[in-house]
Design a protein around this ligand. Structure first.
Ligand code: NAD
Ligand code: UDP
Length: 352
């Protein structure tokens, strides 16, 4: 996996949100691929102890800055201190329900962070960026599998903040075609690094299915509510495209390689919008039973009414990721559940 062809100036990657769930796994994967990640996070939704765990896995002590992305002066100092060739921008708020209740906080945090980052990047001549977008931008897509051609119809402020940032990055490229931009639309990341040392550690009550299932299995919660069993799916429960977080992390390495390749060319390369999913959907019931099987724990549940805003089924058309990045997800449902369970059972309360 290590790429010895990288020279020192290409190795520096700023990872914003690097102590968070996906960011921490990306950092581990970046190191394995020979990069030098520099981490920035304001720790609003993650713990500094994630860094020690990353160090344990990688046997490296990494530069970390507790900085709010909106603080461009502080961010600028990081660019001055470290050779940074490209940026992976994970930092942001991500809870859909919260974004409906507090739209201004979401727009301000997510959009202002991206703008402040791009100002500093432009000032320092760093023009390669990968941005964490979401399948949430598609809203209630009528054609499944969902391809990148599907017109985005975000249904909440979180998803709208993603589309706005995608648009901002595209505009920056129009103004200065030297920018290389990849917008990755993730489907449903689950699982953890196979060491069980890092994983998803939601603060407060989780919103997503997988951490809820894991917390029931480990005894932190009594049961799970299944939001509706009357959808037009095989067993009536909702279908989603769950992707192992390490596959997702590897998708970022493939995107970085793609950006590095196109940056060498003089010709302009338009921003790429690429889905990262597996292309296959599982129902809530299938997820629950797979987790029971792997963990040996019974997961009590009850069927409740549909969650407002939920859709029946959502999974990715992954053709473009394969074509443009030469990447596809390799890990299956058993890996997703086994790795999530290893993390949760060894860290019942999450990070210390
Ligand atoms: P996470 O909350 O675990 O990580 C995000 C990190 O960003 C956190 O550590 C948080 O402290 C940090 N952060 C937030 N605002 C910040 C700011 N203003 N300055 C500095 N740091 C800030 O979330 P995640 O699941 O790792 O998601 C990473 C990215 O991927 C997010 O942009 C999210 O919207 C996107 N995404 C996530 C999912 C998912 O289901 N997990 C799906 C699609 C897209
Ligand atoms: N879900 C559920 N109970 C929960 C949380 C989620 O039945 O407590 C269902 C939800 O209706 C959806 C699937 O699990 O069909 C995945 O939901 P999640 O919130 O994890 O992802 P998203 O809906 O944002 O894709």
């Amino acid at each position: 996996m290590k790429d010895h062809r990288l020279n020192d100036t290409e190795k520096g990657v700023l990872v914003t949100g690097g102590t968070g769930y996906i960011g921490s796994h990306a950092v581990v994967t970046l190191i394995a691929a020979g990069y030098n990640p520099v981490i920035v996070d304001n720790l609003s939704n993650s713990k500094v102890s994630a860094l020690e765990r990353i160090s344990k896995i990688t046997k490296k002590k990494l530069p970390f800055y507790k900085i709010d992305m909106r603080d461009s002066a502080a961010l600028d100092k990081v660019f001055q201190k470290h050779p940074i060739a490209s940026v992976i921008h994970f930092a942001g708020l991500k809870a859909v329900g919260e974004s409906v209740a507090e739209p201004l906080r979401y727009y301000e945090n997510n959009i202002q962070s991206a703008i402040s980052l791009c100002f500093v990047m432009a000032k320092r001549g760093v023009k390669k960026i990968i941005f964490s977008s979401s399948a949430a931008v598609y809203g209630d897509a009528s054609i499944i599998p969902i391809s990148e051609n599907c017109f985005p119809e975000p249904t909440n402020p979180y998803a709208r903040s993603k589309i706005i940032i995608e648009q901002i990055l595209q505009d920056i490229h129009v103004a200065d075609p030297a920018w290389r931009v990849i917008l990755l639309r993730y489907f449903n990341p689950v699982g953890a690094h196979q060491s069980g040392l890092i994983g998803e550690d939601p603060q407060g009550t989780p919103n997503n299915l997988m951490p809820l299932i894991s917390q029931v299995a480990v005894g932190r919660r009594k049961r799970i509510n299944i939001f509706g069993d009357d959808y037009p799916t095989t067993d009536g429960t909702g279908v989603r495209d769950y992707i192992h977080v390490m596959d997702l992390a590897e998708g970022h390495i493939a995107a970085l390689k793609q950006i590095e390749k196109t940056a060498l060319k003089k010709s302009t390369q338009k921003p790429m919008i690429i889905n990262l999913g597996t292309g296959r959907g599982y129902t809530v019931m299938e997820m629950l039973h797979a987790f029971e099987e792997v963990s040996g724990k019974k997961i009590p549940y009850r069927i409740t009414k549909r969650r407002p805003g939920d859709i029946a089924a959502c999974y990715a058309d992954t053709t473009l990721a394969r074509k443009l990045l030469g990447w596809k997800a390799r890990r299956g449902l058993v890996d997703m559940c086994a790795d999530a369970w290893r993390w949760q059972s060894r860290n019942p309360q999450g990070y210390p």
